[in-house]
Design a binder for this molecule. Structure first.
Ligand code: NAD
Ligand code: MG
Length: 375
């Protein structure tokens, strides 16, 4: 399924979605050949690159040079950095700027950035001229292992995060792992929580590999490419089985139901990044699984140790904040969009690498557990 690779060669992971199939190409320095790849994929296409101001300052010049080298005309659409750009107002501006740049069907939108730009530009591409093709060039670890793959695009509504959007698959994901060298350490660690998630949800061998090799993933050698490719393979396989999240795509939400309550309580602010909330949430999911006898306590402790070694929060007290009480946290968990017909969905585990989706949880027991964690 995946092309054989030699050291130094990009790793290619295919996302098998029939006529919407695409490649995820992973490797260091890939941006330099972006123009050649796009020219091969869509000869004669114009390109609009969407990115935020921070990424524009760091990486836009290299992207534009790569496009120019292949003779590709290119417009830029620059938005503010941060979650606030996943708004209707910014979406409208991005769509207008794509139209003003005369990006037409057959042309390409390039989302150069983290999950915010990927979700925003992907959604703008989905609705502008009733659908433009787009390419993801993810620049955060979270985006390289998670948000750039799978075709979920969205902006936020005042009623909640990611509530207005579309499934719109990219035609290529180009993950240049060198782009991550400029990522602040805290953002890299937060993305790493999602990396560990893949091991915890379905691949015990990968989790053990991470325990031994995390340092090299951070320092940026071939271990980084291997880790990102492993995550992308798992996400691609899950998405190919369940593109629209009617079944086991929900496994990807390991740690997210508990995590969501903390993220929401902190007001989705810099006090607690998404990946940090996921770290805490995954530990709670394993601790709760141990509490109800699904796995030995030592297994939950192993999860906690690895994430704590990375510098991620694993206990409520690791995040200095006046957390609400357990009843309020239950309300926040129930507002998670994974709730269906009033029943909360939890991802629990029978061991590392053995997560499963269940709606068969006792809310009173969960409340008592959450109270014990807040104490
Ligand atoms: P982000 O896009 O806001 O990036 C985090 C910060 O890092 C920003 O300030 C950005 O400017 C900066 N940055 C990005 N790349 C950089 C680089 N190479 N060097 C230096 N700074 C850089 O946040 P994120 O964590 O990448 O993504 C979070 C978003 O992703 C959320 O909106 C979330 O809802 C979404 N998401 C979507 C999916 C999906 O399937 N579509 C999955 C997970 C998360
Ligand atoms: Mg997540």
């Amino acid at each position: 399924m995946n092309a054989p690779t030699r050291p130094g060669e990009p790793i290619v992971v295919d996302v098998a979605l029939g006529d919407r199939a695409y490649d995820i190409v992973i490797g260091r320095g890939l941006v330099a050949a972006l123009g050649q790849r796009l020219a091969a994929l869509r000869p004669g296409a114009k390109v609009a690159v969407v990115c935020d101001v921070t990424v524009a300052a760091l990486h836009l010049a290299a992207v534009e040079a790569a496009l120019a080298a292949a003779g590709i005309p290119c417009a830029r659409v620059i938005v503010a950095a941060g979650e606030g750009s996943k708004s209707f107002a910014t979406l409208e501006r991005v769509c207008d700027e794509l139209l003003a740049a005369r990006i037409e069907r057959g042309d390409l939108v390039v989302a150069l950035g983290g999950g915010v730009v990927g979700d925003l530009a992907g959604f703008a591409a989905a609705i502008t001229r009733r659908g433009l093709d787009y390419v993801q060039v993810p620049t955060t670890l979270l985006a390289q292992v998670d948000s750039s793959v799978g075709g979920k695009t969205a902006v936020n509504s005042k009623l909640g995060k990611n509530l207005v959007g579309a499934f719109h698959q990219p035609i290529l994901v180009l993950a240049d792992t060198g782009l991550l060298d400029t990522l602040p350490g805290r953002e890299f660690r937060a993305g790493y929580a999602e990396v560990a998630k893949y091991g915890l949800l379905g691949d015990a061998g990968f989790f053990a590999w991470l325990e031994a090799n995390a340092r090299d993933v951070f320092s940026g050698g071939p271990a980084r490419e291997h880790a990102i490719a492993t995550c992308c393979r798992m996400k691609a396989a899950i998405v190919a089985r369940d593109e629209r999240e009617t079944g086991d795509r929900a496994l990807l939400n390991l740690g997210h139901t508990f995590g969501h309550a903390f993220e929401a309580a902190a007001g989705f602010s810099a006090k607690l990044l998404h990946g940090e909330a996921v770290s805490l949430g995954m530990v709670l999911a394993f601790r709760y699984s141990a509490r109800i006898g699904l796995l030995p306590k030592t297994e939950a402790e192993r999860v906690e140790k690895h994430l704590a070694d990375i510098g991620l929060p694993t206990r409520v007290k690791d995040v200095p904040f006046r957390w609400p009480d357990a009843d309020r946290m239950m309300d926040l968990m129930a507002q998670d969009k994974k709730v269906s017909r009033g029943r909360m969905t939890f991802i629990l585990a029978r061991g590392i690498g053995q997560a499963f989706v269940t709606r068969d949880v006792d809310p009173n027991d969960i409340r008592a557990f959450v109270a014990s964690q807040l104490a």
